[in-house]
Design a protein around this ligand. Structure first.
Ligand code: MN
Length: 717
């Protein structure tokens, strides 16, 4: 691989440059830089045995792949002449002027540092990078290209040098490329580093990928065609690419404990369209055909990453049961994703300012990390503090804190004890009442720092506060808190019942406050065996009692034949679901939320598979909004419904037998119970067949009576 790339000629490089630089003067300067370097390096050879000029030529070629401007390419050719040749600053400046000379000087300064990942050298290195970048970010870009070519030819060095160089590339240069958004260079640096640092792992992954390649390629190709047809059908002009995962990214996932099969089963597509609107449009169309995996959708268009990356990410169940990771973005976003700040060379913004000025100002404006290091360099810090700050704030946005037992917990910078508590377990988060950091009590909005030891105090009866939503840092925590409030389903049902009743009363032109007078409420409760007004709302909201039944209690004289309505609609007595106005249609119950009789439900019109019925609050529905229709339960059904519940306990003692007994006592069939062990408790997942919400509620209540049960909830997938 690397040898073939070294067989380049100067004509190759110029034909590549010619594709995007037309200015004759600029081309002449590049050519002059090449000839100057060739002469200066004459007689020098690389460790690999080739003429030295091959190296600067390759650096220049790499720079053309990210559309570098003429000054940067010239500096690429010249980057080693000050260091290795008989050439002075004055001579260089006389020949090429101050801009190119400064670039070469900058690269030379960086090269003089004895690379090491030891702290004291890192300080120097980071400082140089900061200075280099604040003067001209192109210095760093040349340095990255320089290092990439050295990595490609690393085979020529002795093994111990290989490892040192590979580690530097992985720990210092790849993160810098990442933060500059230059994905192409970052990814290749990582793969090359892995190849020398862990050759057995590298070749093992490469071989496994190779073995399954044909099958995967075919599946990706088929999926690509289906998605393409779908988008064409909707008149969206697009380009689709199958996408190879880098070996390093697979290694990283394996390292985090994932199974190889889980990773390579995950196939990837990238879809490029013309406009931002089309990204969202295409996403909707794809989701309507291929079911998305819940919670895997990410919108980096609305919320770009700090390195300017923009894209929509989703994972769907594609053809042949394979999961597909799909990225959707515009051509311009793709350019930024591949080349980062360097993309400003190729995508010149209108307004006519010099692309280089743009590049530099983009660096300053958009790269948060760049700003933060500039700020850091002005503070008087000890060397060690400096390195730690740069590492944490710049190269890594996470902090690491400890549990009292010494387990390491990774959190985003700015995280609070609440984030920590939820990271331990949702139940811990939800019952948090206080926090102790390094033996002192701290407020819950305290900002955690690296190496803090965090202890959370909980109280079983405590629940989250809505204010927490603004106090937490991790998006994941925020979502969990939000879903806690959304999940107080009872409140949702009460609101819904109130709304339905009031709507119906207005329709019938009955006064609302008049209707719910104390005496009327009493009469309704007596007649329907309910407790109070909220209970009336709840019963309507969860579908146990219809609005008409409630109204009928008070209003029976005025409306005579109304209660027959249901029977009229329910012609088809076999069906357990009634679809308004449609007689014979295939209906099935969604297995993500498993609705049971009595649940508020909504139908979703599938493509060619009839109507799928979801619970009203199923989170999968939000994606499917405009293809839903009203459905209701047939009260004549006596079917049993599969439901899945999660029983949270606070102990490691196994209570499976107890649960089976409690559930069976209610006449409910248990289809299966599985356990999930956490560090200090067990959560049980039970599948049972119930006649409806009423029986289900009884079961949940019976389970919750046990002191070792902290919560019982219905599973939503
Ligand atoms: Mn070099």
């Amino acid at each position: 691989m690397s040898k073939a790339k070294d067989d380049i000629t100067i004509d190759d490089i110029f034909s590549k440059i010619g594709t995007y630089i037309e200015d004759e003067e600029q081309l002449a300067i590049i050519r002059k830089a090449y000839l100057f370097a060739k002469e200066k390096h004459d007689g020098q050879f690389r460790k690999s045995g080739e003429g030295y000029i091959i190296h600067p030529m390759n650096v220049a070629l790499i720079l053309t792949t990210i559309y570098a401007d003429y000054e940067t390419i010239s500096a690429g050719f010249l980057h080693d002449v000050l260091e290795d040749c008989d050439c002075s600053n004055e001579e260089l400046e006389g020949e090429f002027g101050s801009v190119i000379t400064k670039l070469v000087q900058g690269v030379t300064k960086l090269s003089k540092i004895h690379f090491s990942t030891e702290n004291e050298y890192l300080i120097d290195y980071y400082k140089k990078i900061i200075v280099g970048m604040s003067e001209d970010v192109r210095v760093i870009i040349v340095k990255l290209a320089d290092r990439l070519h050295n990595m490609r030819t690393l085979w020529a060095l002795p093994e111990d040098r290989q490892k040192v160089k590979a580690r530097e590339a992985l720990e210092i240069l790849a993160p810098i490329a990442h933060h500059l958004g230059i994905h192409k260079i970052k990814s290749e640096l990582e793969d090359l580093s892995l190849r020398y640092l862990k050759p057995d792992v590298f070749y093992d992954i490469a071989e496994k990928l190779n073995k399954t390649k044909i099958e995967r390629d075919q599946t990706v190709y088929d999926m690509q065609r289906e998605v393409s047809d779908l988008l064409t059908e909707h008149h969206i002009v697009h380009e689709i690419k199958g996408r190879a995962k880098s070996i390093y990214s697979i290694f990283n996932k394996l390292d985090k404990g994932k199974k190889f099969s889980d990773i390579y089963d995950l196939l990837a597509l990238r879809i490029l369209v013309n406009t931002e609107q089309e990204c969202y449009l295409a996403l909707g169309i794809i989701h309507s055909k291929f079911r998305p995996l819940p919670k895997r959708f990410k919108d980096y268009i609305a919320m770009p990453k700090p390195n300017m990356y923009q894209s929509l990410h989703t994972t769907v169940f594609g053809i042949d049961g394979y999961l597909f990771e799909i990225q959707l973005r515009t051509h311009q976003m793709d350019e930024v994703a591949e080349n980062g700040i360097a993309s400003h060379w190729s995508y010149k913004e209108s307004g006519g300012s010099k692309p280089t000025a743009n590049l530099q100002s983009t660096t300053e404006q958009k790269l948060q990390f760049f700003k933060s290091i500039i700020d850091l360099s002005h503070e008087n810090m000890s060397s060690e503090e400096f390195v730690n700050s740069v590492k944490d704030e710049v190269l890594n946005n996470n902090i690491y804190v400890f549990t009292p037992k010494g387990d390491v917990i990774e959190l985003p910078r700015g995280a609070t004890p609440i984030d920590f508590a939820y990271k331990i377990h949702t139940k811990v988060g939800e019952t948090t009442v206080g926090a102790i950091v390094n033996n002192s009590i701290v407020p819950l909005d305290y900002e955690l720092k690296n190496n803090d030891i965090v202890k959370i105090n909980t109280n079983k009866n405590s629940t989250p506060s809505k204010e927490w939503i603004n106090m937490v840092k991790a998006t994941q925590t925020r979502n969990k808190i939000r879903s806690f409030f959304a999940k107080s389903e009872k409140d949702v049902y009460i609101d819904r019942g109130k709304y339905q009743l009031e709507k119906e009363l207005r329709k019938k032109k009955l006064g609302i406050s008049e209707f719910f007078s104390n005496s009327n409420v009493e009469e309704i409760c007596k007649s329907l065996n309910l407790v109070d007004l909220d209970d009336i709302y709840l019963s309507v909201g969860n579908g146990k009692v219809s609005t008409l039944t409630v109204i009928h209690v008070i209003n029976k004289e005025k409306e005579q034949a109304v209660p027959k309505v249901k029977k009229v609609v329910a012609k088809n007595l076999d069906a357990d679901i009634i679809v308004n106005g449609i007689d014979k249609v295939k209906v099935n119950l969604a297995n993500c939320c498993n609705p049971v009789y009595g649940d508020p439900i909504v139908g979703y019109i599938t493509k060619g598979n009839g109507i799928r019925v979801h619970r009203l609050h199923c989170h999968n529905l939000s994606m499917l909004e405009n293809r839903t229709l009203d459905v209701s339960w047939n009260s004549n059904t006596n079917k049993k419904y599969l439901t899945c519940i999660l029983i949270h306990t606070n102990t490691l003692d196994n209570h499976m037998v107890d649960f089976i007994q409690i559930i069976s006592m209610l006449g409910i069939n248990v289809d299966g119970i599985t356990t999930m062990s956490k560090t200090d408790k067990i959560i049980y997942e039970a599948n049972c067949y119930v006649t409806g919400v009423e029986q289900l509620d009884k079961m949940i209540m019976a389970l919750e009576k046990n002191s070792y049960v902290t919560k019982v909830e219905r599973a939503m997938r």
